[in-house]
Design a protein around this ligand. Structure first.
Ligand SMILES: CC(=O)SCCNC(=O)CCNC(=O)[C@H](O)C(C)(C)COP(=O)(O)OP(=O)(O)OC[C@H]1O[C@@H](n2cnc3c(N)ncnc32)[C@H](O)[C@@H]1OP(=O)(O)O
Ligand SMILES: CC(C)C(=O)C(=O)O
Length: 648
């Protein structure tokens, strides 16, 4: 005899539909109400084939279960590596496991030893090299193959040889998958699950069963889906993990089904959730399952994984901790942003700025109304304090800005004080800067990705700033040259019967740039003492390269630290395709200072791509100098009237 337990039904009319997994019939069938407590209805199961009663009733959803803690199970190294373009080396895997342990997750799934030699190697090295302080390492595999004994199954043997405290096996729990894909009888699948779990328990493992396609299986034949979980329990499974393998379920479906499972097994049974992101719902679905009583969440860092990915732990962890009050990783939460970006570096995938919580844009504010409100009340347009997850607030400057955006920027740059903001003269300046931004964006600039350009633009409107140099002239010559080798390798003449043999020459593009600069010289970081005029020329493999080299040569003569400044990225966008070659071109240049490790970007737009590029380059070098020698070029307002820069 066994009993099934349902949560409170109340006094509303209740229809019980009992399902038999063999016939999948769904009609009132073979149950007996034993007793009715005020909160719980007990149903006696008197036929072995009846596995579950489902019901329709008018009760509102029951309140969420109050769980003591939620365990985080990181499967980045297994399911994450099933994502396209992701391939970890053994060393990567060891580093990631160590880092995730330090971050404070409870389980780290290291891989599938039955899948490939790399994962076997990982578990072998992990035994010696990976000393986890907090998390349990997990080896992943599947239930035994059909028609064999567990002790003859290589996959199960390798799982035990991985010597991890915990093992997770994937089990089919959807009738259709069992019949069509596994191609075994429903009974044989139940036996595969039960025996595999028992075998692993006999090897003293903590065993989790990932019930693949559970939610789809439950829709198709709930009784059989539950029978699979029952088989796992009979084998001794510690955790039952419900999987939305195809990522096609809605949050309320996940909630209802998880709630039923939790009710079926009782709240002492650990239930886990594993969601995929095919409808962008993996995070919501995982949280819905927690709300319904699941106490373990499987997911991956940054949501890496098969197809569109897995549930993103980088969103789930802060939500559990900050919104649902579970202490998941404690104070380590403030390293989340750094961790997420580090994972992108290890996987060699670009940082996605729009990622919630940790993306560069997660707390970036653009609209003037938003910025103005935030200046009055920090949290006006933020759901949390960014510092809680190690991120930062950013105010963007663009044509959608209001005065608030400029004020914020100037405050950050310590260019204006609260009392100055009351001064009509400063108000006029700020309005002037705002208008300049809007006018330049109308001409093709975009200041959002080019914070160095906006900073320079603001400084140049103030009396106390001297530009450290000025480009007086520049010339760029570019052309194509045919270079002859003399005789060909075979020793034939260059010209045979009036035809030039192809192997006797090559085409070379040659570009030369000449720049004339007026540069303010400084002495030991003090104020500029002299103005120097410099001519320089350089050859490069294209116009930008040649100008960059010539500029740098000239500037380094006066300011040696600029030697470390390098052009890192160069993006060109034609803004008005219809005007073809007469279109405005926007150039954005990214710089890197190898000594200070700073990165910054500048922007310029012009109908001449070379002019736009040269201006963006000049701004980049100017910003570098400003960072390194601020005292040389910024003065008190009084000083500046006598030392205004007049270049030769
Ligand atoms: C939903 C998930 O993400 S589950 C994890 C999926 N991850 C991976 O598949 C990555 C690792 N996989 C692998 O390295 C390989 O697929 C292996 C080593 C596991 C198996 O490789 P092969 O032996 O060549 O089999 P192949 O992959 O072609 O087919 C899978 C076999 O496993 C069987 N199988 C599938 N699920 C299960 C299961 N839960 N229990 C037992 N057998 C299963 C299939 O029926 C099929 O067997 P069949 O060909 O006899 O019908
Ligand atoms: C193996 C399991 C956990 C899986 O990836 C899935 O079913 O989605």
């Amino acid at each position: 005899m066994a009993y099934l337990c349902w949560p409170k039904l109340g006094n509303s009319t209740t229809v019980l539909n009992c399902k038999c997994w063999k016939s999948n019939s769904c009609k009132p069938f073979g149950f007996q109400v034993v007793t009715k407590f005020p909160t719980t209805l007990w149903i006696k199961r008197y036929q072995k084939r009846i596995w579950l009663c489902t019901m329709d009733h008018q009760q509102p959803n029951p309140p969420p279960l109050a769980l003591d803690r939620i365990d985080i199970y990181d499967t980045t190294l297994r399911d994450g590596s099933q994502g396209e373009n992701i391939s970890f080396t053994v060393i990567d895997k060891l580093r990631i496991a160590k880092t995730m342990d330090e971050f404070g997750v409870q389980y780290i799934e290291g891989g599938w030893p039955g899948s490939n030699p790399k994962d076997v190697e990982f578990f072998k090295r992990a035994k010696k090299e990976l000393h986890l302080g907090h998390a349990k390492l997990v080896a992943f595999g599947s239930t035994r193959r059909k028609g064999i004994d567990c002790q003859d199954d290589a996959n199960l043997r390798l799982l035990t040889e991985a010597e991890t405290p915990t093992v997770t096996i994937v089990a089919k729990s959807c009738e259709k998958q069992v019949v069509k894909v596994l191609n075994v009888s429903l009974e044989e699948n139940l036996a595969m699950i039960e025996e595999s779990v028992r075998y692993l328990k006999e090897h003293n493992k903590e065993v989790m069963v990932d019930a693949e396609h559970f939610f789809d299986g439950y829709k198709q034949n709930a009784a059989y889906a539950l029978a699979c979980l029952d088989a796992a329990i009979r084998g001794g499974a510690d955790v039952l993990v419900l999987c939305d393998t195809n990522g096609g379920c809605l949050p309320w479906e996940i909630y209802e089904t998880t709630r039923s499972v939790v009710s079926h097994f009782g709240s002492h049974q650990r239930i886990g959730i594993h969601c995929h992101n095919d409808m962008e719902l993996a995070v919501s679905n995982s949280l819905s399952a927690v709300y319904a009583g699941a106490s373990l969440v499987q997911g991956t860092m940054n949501g890496y994984g098969e197809r569109t990915g897995n549930a993103n732990l980088v969103s789930i962890i802060p939500t559990l901790q900050l919104k649902m009050n579970y202490n998941v990783v404690g104070s380590k939460l403030s390293s989340l942003t750094e961790l997420s970006r580090w994972m992108d570096e290890v996987t060699n995938l670009p940082h996605q700025p729009s990622r919630p919580y940790v993306g560069d844009c997660a707390f970036a504010h653009k609209g003037g109304l938003h910025v103005a409100a935030i200046l009055k009340d920090e949290q006006s347009y933020q759901h949390i304090d960014p510092a809680l997850v190690g991120n930062r607030r950013r105010m963007l400057i663009s044509e959608l800005s209001g005065r608030g955006n400029i004020v914020d920027k100037m405050k950050q740059m310590r260019l204006v004080t609260d009392s100055q903001l009351q001064d009509p003269e400063w108000k006029r300046r700020i309005q002037g800067i705002l208008e300049q931004v809007k006018s330049l964006e109308n001409k093709g600039y975009t200041f959002e990705g080019a914070e160095a350009s906006i900073e320079l633009m603001i400084r140049r409107t103030l009396n106390n700033y001297r530009s450290p140099f000025e480009l007086l002239d520049f010339t760029v010559l570019t052309g194509n040259k045919r270079v002859y080798y003399g005789e060909s390798l075979s020793g034939d003449n260059i010209v045979t019967d009036g035809v030039i043999s192809p192997e006797t020459f090559r085409n070379e593009s040659i570009t030369q740039a000449i720049v004339k600069l007026g540069i303010l010289e400084t002495s030991n970081g003090a104020c500029p003492i002299e103005r120097t005029r410099c001519f320089e020329a350089a050859e490069g493999n294209g116009p930008l390269n040649a100008v960059n080299l010539a500029l740098k040569k000239a500037l380094v003569r006066v300011h040696a630290p600029l030697e470390h400044v390098n052009l890192q990225d160069y993006k060109v966008r034609i803004l008005d395709n219809e005007s073809a070659t007469a279109a405005i071109t926007r150039v954005m240049v990214e710089f890197y200072d190898a000594e200070t490790k700073r990165v910054w970007s500048t922007v310029c737009a012009h109908s001449n791509i070379i002019v736009a590029s040269v201006q963006a380059l000049m701004d980049g070098f100017e910003y570098a100098l400003l960072q390194r020698l601020p005292a040389c070029f910024i003065h008190s307002e009084d000083e500046s009237s006598t030392k205004s820069p007049v270049l030769l």
